[in-house]
Design a protein around this ligand. Structure first.
Ligand SMILES: CC(C)(COP(=O)(O)OP(=O)(O)OC[C@H]1O[C@@H](n2cnc3c(N)ncnc32)[C@H](O)[C@@H]1OP(=O)(O)O)[C@@H](O)C(=O)NCCC(=O)NCCS
Length: 171
C-alpha cells in the first residue's frame, strides 16, 4: 500500500452511525482527527512489520486530497482505520487495518465500503491498491468488493522483502 498524491480535491466528510457488523458490533465510521492519532498508530504498530510513522497519519489527516476514516465502537473506542487518496478520476487505498481482537467481524468491509462510497462521490472511476502477495486476508476482503488483481510490483515491500499485487476495481 501507499503512494503520493497527484491532483484533484476531496469533498465533504460524512459519518455513518449505527450500522452493525457481522457479529452485531455497533460501528460508526467517521473522519479521523488529530485526537485519534495515538489509537490509530497503536493498531498500525500491531498490524504491520513495516508500519507508517505517526506523522504519516497526521499528514494524511491534514492533506486535502486524502481522507482517513476511523471505525469507532459503541464505547467510543477506535477499532480500525482506512486511508485513501482521491485524485481526479482515481482513488488509491493507502492503508487499512482493524484491531486484532476485532477482525473478521465486518469492520474492514465497512471501512472499504466507506472508501468506495467516497470515491464514487468524488468522481473516481477506478480504485486501486497494493497488497502483499502473502496477505490473503486482505486480498479476500478486497475480492469481496470486486477488486481483481491487475498487476504486480516486484519487491515493492521491505521487512520482509515481498512483491505487491496491484488490485483494481472499476466503479
Ligand atoms: C485485512 C483486514 C483489514 C480485514 O479486516 P476485517 O475487519 O477482519 O475484515 P472483514 O471482517 O470485513 O472481512 C472481509 C472479508 O475478508 C475475509 N477475511 C478477513 N480476514 C480473514 C482471514 N484472516 N482469513 C480468511 N479470510 C479473512 C472475511 O472472511 C471476509 O470475507 P467474506 O465477506 O467473504 O466472509 C484485517 O485482517 C487487518 O487489519 N489486517 C492487518 C492489516 C492489513 O493487512 N491491512 C491490509 C493491508 S493491504
Amino acid at each position: 500500500m501507499g503512494s503520493g498524491p497527484r491532483s484533484g480535491t476531496v469533498g465533504g466528510r460524512r459519518v455513518t452511525k449505527g450500522k452493525k457488523g457481522k457479529e452485531g458490533i455497533e460501528v460508526t465510521i467517521r473522519a479521523a482527527t488529530e485526537s485519534d492519532l495515538a489509537a490509530i498508530h497503536a493498531i498500525e504498530l500491531a498490524s504491520f512489520a513495516d508500519p507508517w510513522a505517526i506523522t504519516g497519519f497526521r499528514d494524511m489527516i491534514e492533506h486535502s486530497r486524502a481522507r482517513v476514516e476511523a471505525a469507532i465502537d459503541s464505547k467510543g473506542t477506535l477499532i480500525g482505520y482506512a486511508v485513501a487518496w482521491y485524485v481526479a478520476d482515481e482513488a488509491e487505498i493507502a492503508n487499512v487495518a482493524v484491531a486484532l481482537a476485532m477482525r473478521q467481524r465486518g469492520i474492514g468491509t465497512k471501512l472499504l465500503d466507506r472508501i468506495l462510497e467516497a470515491a464514487a462521490t468524488l468522481g473516481a472511476r477506478t480504485v486501486f491498491l497494493e497488497v502483499r502477495e502473502s496477505n490473503l486476508a486482505a486480498q479476500k476482503l478486497y475480492a469481496s468488493r470486486a477488486f481483481a488483481v491487475a498487476g504486480r510490483r516486484k519487491l515493492y515491500y521491505r521487512r520482509p522483502d515481498e512483491d505487491a499485487l496491484v488490485m483494481r476495481r472499476v466503479l
